[in-house]
Design a protein around this ligand. Structure first.
Ligand code: FMN
Length: 194
């Protein structure tokens, strides 16, 4: 079993990393193969809206994007996580999501689409972190990650919201939240074992 975590933060020791670590811990302990990647380590250009992917499931732009899709193709479970930057996901995460336009097709009309991973049994957990303690400060970070994951055909089994974390790694002090994240990670692992 393989789990892949995709991190939209540039802070290697940031709160998103710690949250991901807790989400992956049960799968790690259970013997699954886990990998965590930072989108900022990859060269991913902006979607140009060329529609070159309209009938191929593949983006025509040549950069590191295809490497990540290969990893998603091979994974059974995905953790998609981003800090909030101005009420939404980071620009690294948004650029990646835009490029994933190649993971949906519109076979009949523009009102209906199918996701590449529909029917594959890929399960996903989404997670978002922000500084302020009111949920409104998170804007659409979590709903964007979740709606996107569903659109490409993944089964989103849970979402984790982490409010009130500013300094890199400050989330480590919140044992209750990280335990809750582990419970969510266990749920993901159990689901994939079925
Ligand atoms: C450019 C930028 C924009 C931010 N915008 C918001 C925001 O809109 N709302 C909020 O609550 N926190 C905001 N933050 C704070 C981060 O979400 C917060 O520090 C988070 O813990 C960073 O996660 P990381 O440690 O994984 O990088 C912003 C931070 C940066 C650098």
């Amino acid at each position: 079993m393989k789990l892949l975590a995709i991190n939209g933060s540039r802070r290697k020791n940031g709160n998103t990393s710690w949250l991901i670590q807790s989400l992956l811990a049960p799968a790690d302990k259970g013997g699954a193969q886990t990998e965590s990647i930072f989108l900022g380590d990859y060269n991913i250009g902006a979607c140009t809206g060329c529609e070159g992917c309209s009938s191929s499931w593949e983006c025509v732009l040549k950069d590191d994007f295809a490497q990540i899709i290969k990893k998603i193709d091979a994974a059974d479970g995905i953790v998609l996580a981003s800090p909030t930057y101005w009420y939404s996901v980071t620009s690294d995460m948004k650029r990646f999501i835009d490029r994933c336009y190649s993971l949906i097709q519109f076979p009949v009309n523009r009102k209906q689409w199918i996701g590449k991973y529909q029917g594959t049994g890929k399960a996903c957990v989404t997670a978002a972190i922000c500084e302020q303690s009111e949920a409104s400060a998170m804007g659409n970070t979590l709903s964007l990650l979740t709606d996107f994951s569903k659109d490409i055909g993944m089964d989103v089994i849970a979402s984790v919201k982490a409010l009130g974390f500013f300094e890199a790694g400050s989330i480590k002090a919140d044992h209750a939240l990280l335990e809750k994240a582990e419970t969510t990670g266990q749920k993901l692992f159990d689901r994939l074992k079925r």
